[in-house]
Design a protein around this ligand. Structure first.
Ligand SMILES: Cc1cc2nc3c(=O)[nH]c(=O)nc-3n(C[C@H](O)[C@H](O)[C@H](O)COP(=O)(O)OP(=O)(O)OC[C@H]3O[C@@H](n4cnc5c(N)ncnc54)[C@H](O)[C@@H]3O)c2cc1C
Length: 563
């Protein structure tokens, strides 16, 4: 909602782009079968299109709107998501605009009870978290998609019905100039929380709804307070409530406050109520400048998911597959990971580089990630909005205790999103011999290392599988050389990075300098150690001493039965 007198897209800081409807050939009787159709040009659908394009697969993306989302939704984007966006060639646009941060404060009443500090070091290219409005996120992704030449965006195109068969999927699409049928080999359903694709296939989300409703309000206010997450329990401005405050670019501040069980949501959403409550919060924050109201809405937390994220040739990604509470900022961050997972697997299946097992691994991996989110986000949500009086008493007792006991401060830790480890995935080969004292375990994402000025390990990954091989005196061991050369020159995209290698113009791999052996130490590696890495940066397998037969077996497993 916007203040009286302002239109839906009448923002104080953001110029909404307009994406025109273009008459598709199907409306004039030209039918062609598309390889992949994506329903929904929200952030998750467009990310999936970019991942498909990265592997050379074209897609058509259908959206019923002609601009980006009208309110303000996701604002906190994690480092892992920035690393995904880097792979898609769009991270620079985000870091130019977004506000990076790593600290937070939790208050109980008027006292600060916990100082959040997210892990960070000079080895990282990106900060642990960035604040940026979802409008910018969507616009940057769409701009990148338009550059690829492999993503056809069709606006004002509403998918009304879905006919999913064994050989392909047929979509009925409504447009301002009539409806048409669009045929595709595969469909990615990225049409959000109220997914029409889900409904058309007769599928429903399962899970629970949480107590408590939140008002989400954005205001414009000039303030010198740094970019940190501030959480207030029982704040003086709104007693008995919970309040979150976040800074966003363009002097926009997000203020989320909880409604009491007896508050009437219609009354609470009236502009006068919003101005009264936000005004009290601004005063409590000690801000002297005037502020302007940008937008507000009501939010309620759910943990809901489909039982299966894949139905034949239709795969569900993002909010169409699951709804998670906003506390801990997991919705879009998980959606990005869904899009990468579904995107590379579908691309590899289509390109003939992967077997059937690839698509079958999508649900276990990504639903596994959702269930993990439910466990963490459920705890955060109950802490933010206690479901019962007893729970609230316990929570307040923990917060009171943290005034005097450091260890109790941990209860107030918001446990922000962390990337999921695909340890139990059918694509992952577990360690057979223990021996790695450090480094990402099979299923976990790679860790970054700084190589020099504006130069990091992850910058050097190729778009397909990667092999991180550790050398000692600068050479690949003779016993491994032939296999590495064969893999690097094979039909399937596989990029070899040899850590500690001498520069050799004739070698089919990228040398990565490691003069102080810092990368080897971070990966628990010695000469001949090796990590096999999937296109989404997750480790498929690793060996302290490379066994080339085992490497080929692991590659076959990681590509769902092909290599
Ligand atoms: C208040 C709030 C705060 C949030 N904060 C965070 C945060 O800080 N961090 C975070 O990670 N997440 C956050 N989230 C969650 C995040 O906004 C969502 O997870 C994210 O928008 C999901 O993206 P999506 O692309 O899956 O779906 P959507 O963004 O909903 O996009 C779906 C798209 O599909 C289109 N569509 C729908 N139906 C059809 C149809 N039939 N035909 C064609 N097109 C269709 C829609 O127009 C839309 O463009 C927040 C959410 C809310 C509500």
């Amino acid at each position: 909602m916007r203040p009286a007198g302002r239109g839906e897209y009448d923002s104080l800081y953001f110029d909404y782009p307009y994406y025109a409807f273009e008459r598709p050939p199907e409306l004039d009787g030209t039918h062609r079968r598309h390889t992949v159709a994506i329903v929904g040009a929200g952030p998750v659908g467009v990310t999936a299109a970019l991942e498909l394009a990265r592997h050379g697969v074209a897609s058509v993306v259908l959206d019923d709107k002609d601009t980006v989302n009208d309110g303000s939704r996701a604002i906190c984007i994690s480092r892992h998501s920035l690393e995904i966006l880097q792979q898609l060639g769009v991270a620079g646009r985000f870091t130019d605009k977004a506000l990076g941060w790593r600290y937070g404060r939790t208050y109980f009443g008027e006292r600060e009870v916990f100082r959040l500090e997210m892990a960070h070091s000079e080895q990282e290219r990106f900060m642990p978290m960035y604040n940026i409005q979802q409008q910018y996120i969507e616009r940057f992704l769409i701009e990148r998609a338009q550059e690829t030449g492999l993503v056809a965006l069709r606006w004002r195109s509403r998918v009304r019905d879905v006919d999913a068969g064994d050989d392909g999927v047929s979509l009925s699409v409504d447009t301002p100039e009539g409806w048409y049928r669009l045929d595709a080999d595969y469909v990615l359903a990225a049409d959000g929380a109220r997914s029409g694709v889900r409904r058309a296939l007769g599928l429903g989300l399962q899970g629970e709804a949480y107590e408590g409703r939140y008002v989400i309000a954005d205001i414009r206010m000039r303030s010198d307070f740094p970019t940190e997450r501030r959480a207030f329990f029982n704040p003086p401005a709104l007693p008995d409530s919970t309040l979150l405050v976040h800074r966003q670019p363009d002097d926009i501040w997000r203020i989320d406050y909880q409604l009491g069980p007896d508050d009437d949501p219609d009354e609470a959403l009236k502009e006068a109520s919003i101005r009264r409550n936000v005004g009290a919060v601004v005063e409590m924050l000690g801000e002297a400048d005037d502020w302007e109201l940008e937008w507000w809405s009501l939010y309620k937390a759910y943990t809901l998911a489909l039982d299966d994220y894949r139905h034949g040739r239709v795969m569900f990604i993002g909010d169409a597959a699951h709804l998670v509470p906003i506390f801990g900022v997991r919705g879009l961050n998980n959606g990005f990971a869904d899009a990468m997972d579904a995107g590379w697997k579908l691309a590899w299946r289509i390109r003939g580089w992967g077997g059937d097992g690839l698509l079958a691994s999508y649900t276990p991996e990504r639903r596994g990630a959702t269930l993990d989110v439910f466990a963490n986000a459920g705890r955060s949500t109950r802490f933010m909005t206690p479901p019962t009086r007893g729970y609230r008493l316990m929570r307040d007792a923990a917060l009171s205790l943290s005034l005097s006991c450091d260890y109790a401060g941990g209860f107030a830790n918001p446990r922000q999103v962390t990337p999921y480890t695909y340890a139990d995935s059918p694509l992952t080969t577990p360690d057979t011999v223990p021996g790695f004292a450090a480094g990402p375990a099979p299923g976990a994402p790679l860790v970054n290392r700084r190589l020099g000025e504006d130069d990091y390990l992850l910058d050097h990954l190729g778009p397909g599988f990667n092999l991180l091989y550790f050398s000692d005196a600068g050479d690949v061991e003779p016993a491994h050389r032939e296999s590495l050369e064969a893999l690097a020159g094979g039909a399937m995209p596989l990029h070899c990075l040899v850590v500690g290698a001498r520069v050799d113009e004739h070698a089919p791999w990228t040398p990565v300098p490691d003069p102080d052996r810092g990368i080897a130490a971070a990966y628990g590696a010695r000469a001949g150690s090796c990590y096999l890495v999937r296109p989404d940066r997750h480790v498929a397998a690793r060996w302290r001493d490379l066994d080339t037969a085992a490497l080929y077996r692991a590659l076959a497993t990681a590509t769902g039965g092909m290599s």
